[in-house]
Design a protein around this ligand. Structure first.
Ligand code: ATR
Length: 258
């Protein structure tokens, strides 16, 4: 009998998770059935999760727009999930639904693989939604010099910083996108806005980059306006596929410990 895992979201047809997890399973000699599941809404999501584990399912990945719902359903969560208030990895333990958020640690591993140093770096995150929130604490654990969040809506960035600053000694600050033209350059600029999905323009000033700055877009699979900006600055940039694989590896290790 294969172990049963799946990813739930809406939309879900585009998800690359099945092929990524099939690779991990093959490497470990584990028989795995990994499905894509479309949930219509929050109630449908909750019902699918309950049925999946009642039927003996091993683990679920959760993607947009249900990560916050998944967090609320859990009886126990890791500190990373609590800081993000979002869960991307679910499993059952002693009859309790448990959740982790591997996105931020996945991002850090991906950045390491790209040879990007986080210690003492000046880091800028663009965006203040769920994607940005989920990566702040793991990035801070690598001891950057500063971590700044810039968002179209300043109040949202300020609220995220206010919730995360008590969790870290790294100096955090919130800015609006309009403030960026007066800021010093950053060593690492991470795009966590949804502009790549919607293909909306993201106007960024040139002063954000110095010649050794690195850029990382949490979106994958397309040339986003952010990646186009990085190319125009002639700085090295990466899309989010490496983060997708790394966060998936951490989920897989949760379900199938070594
Ligand atoms: P996710 O869960 O992927 O983070 P989200 O919570 O909807 O999605 O957040 C989307 C982020 O992209 C927000 O920071 C949003 O800015 P606002 O808070 O001002 O809405 C940002 N975003 C979306 N469209 C944008 C645009 N055209 N220009 C700049 N930022 C944009």
């Amino acid at each position: 009998m294969p172990h049963h895992c799946a990813v739930i979201g809406n939309p879900i047809a585009h998800s690359r998770s099945p092929e990524i997890h099939a690779g991990f399973a093959a490497a470990r000699g584990i028989e795995l059935q990994y499905d894509r599941i479309l949930a219509a809404d929050e109630a449908d999501f909750a019902a699918i999760v309950a049925r999946f584990f009642a039927d003996g399912g091993r683990g679920l990945n959760v993607t947009v727009p249900f990560k916050q719902t998944a967090y609320r359903l859990c009886g126990r969560t890791t500190p990373y999930a609590a800081a993000a208030e979002a869960v991307n990895t679910l499993w059952m333990e002693n009859g309790q639904l448990c959740g982790d958020n591997t996105d931020g640690r996945g991002l850090c591993l991906a950045l390491q693989e790209h040879g990007i140093t986080l210690k003492n770096a000046r880091i800028l995150i663009l965006g203040a939604g769920g994607a940005a929130r989920g990566v702040i604490l793991p990035l801070c654990e690598a001891n950057p010099a500063v971590l700044h969040l810039a968002n179209r809506t300043l109040a949202k960035a300020e609220a995220v910083i206010a919730s995360q600053q008590p969790l870290t000694a790294v100096p955090l600050a919130a800015y609006s996108l309009n403030d960026l033209a007066r800021l010093d350059a950053y060593d690492l600029i991470i795009n966590a806005t949804s502009t790549g999905l919607s293909n909306e323009p993201l106007a960024l000033p040139a002063n954000l980059a110095h010649c050794n700055s690195r850029a990382y877009d949490m979106q994958y699979g397309k040339t986003t306006p952010f990646l186009a900006w990085a190319a125009a600055q002639q700085i090295t940039a990466h899309d989010g596929y490496s983060m997708l694989v790394a966060q998936a590896r951490l989920s897989f290790q949760q379900w199938f410990p070594l």
